[in-house]
Design a protein around this ligand. Structure first.
Ligand SMILES: [Mg+2]
Length: 271
């Protein structure tokens, strides 16, 4: 949905919401990249008038790099209005004299070993061959989830945003069918876990029932804001997209296509 035709009526509804919830990758920043200066400014302005929660599949380290780094000029008072829910709300961080972990729900060691083995089996079975050059781990144990990243977890950190995202987009174009096949096989082998073919180049395995709907409910529970007082903005609110599950909670959703669209939405909320 292109966000250049937003009605005043829509805007008025958004402005009444108490908490604005953003997806991270593709919504506040490009995939695994640092959010840009304009987004940083808009988010700071938004924090002055609203509470803001960010929910993403990435781990806290990525949130730090993508969001917290650019927000370091933001006043401590404003940061207290910001709430971070990495790895799809299986962890929660809030600002109180520095960023503090409120909870982290890890998978058991046994489950993590089992999932990693299953990834290797499935790769073998479909004949998947990793690219010659990868950047960091391809199968990463995030504690709360195991994530396959075709080009390695640190590609953007190594090559910079432009080249990293370019290679990921190329990989996606060439390899989406094999990625989806792998995800399907994993889901069959690991029925007690949730398998998500998230992002351009990744597959996440988490506890069952951990999706954006779970994420929104955790936010509701920990921030004590009813779903009806939230607005959720995401770039994958369509069937098959990793934000789509949020709809199950009844939260008002604003589908966007890119961080540029998100900026238009924030500007409207700011009025
Ligand atoms: Mg996204």
């Amino acid at each position: 949905m292109k966000k250049n035709n937003i009605s005043n009526r829509e805007t008025a509804i958004w402005q009444k919401k108490e908490l604005i919830v953003f997806d991270l990758d593709g919504t506040l920043a490009k995939s695994k990249a640092v959010m840009d200066d304009e987004m940083m400014r808009l988010l700071s302005q938004l924090l002055a008038v609203k509470r803001v929660a960010v929910i993403g599949g990435g781990k806290y380290g990525l949130f730090k790099m993508q969001l917290i780094g650019p927000l370091k000029k933001c006043s401590k008072e404003l940061l207290r209005n910001m709430f971070l829910f990495p790895t799809t709300s299986t962890a929660f961080y809030r600002y109180d004299h520095g960023w503090k972990n409120v909870y982290t729900l890890n998978l058991s060691t046994r489950d993590r070993v089992r999932i990693k083995n299953e990834f290797r089996n499935v790769m073998k079975e479909v004949g998947y061959v990793s690219p010659k050059k990868v950047y960091g781990k391809v199968i990463e144990d995030r504690g709360t989830q195991i994530t396959f990243s075709a080009l390695g977890q640190e590609i953007v950190a190594h090559l910079g945003e432009k080249e990293g995202v370019r290679l990921k987009e190329r990989w996606r174009k060439e390899n989406t069918p094999i990625k989806l096949k792998m995800a399907k096989m994993l889901a069959k082998q690991l029925p007690q876990f949730e398998v998500h073919a998230a992002g351009f180049t990744s597959i996440d395995v988490t506890r069952k029932g951990i999706d954006k709907a779970y994420g929104i409910r955790q936010i509701e529970r920990y921030l004590r804001v009813p779903v009806k007082n939230m607005l959720f903005i995401g770039d994958a609110i369509f069937p098959g997209g990793n934000d789509y599950a949020a709809k199950k909670t009844g939260v008002l959703c604003v589908p966007i296509d890119s961080p540029e669209d998100t900026k238009q939405v924030i500007k409207k909320i700011l009025g």
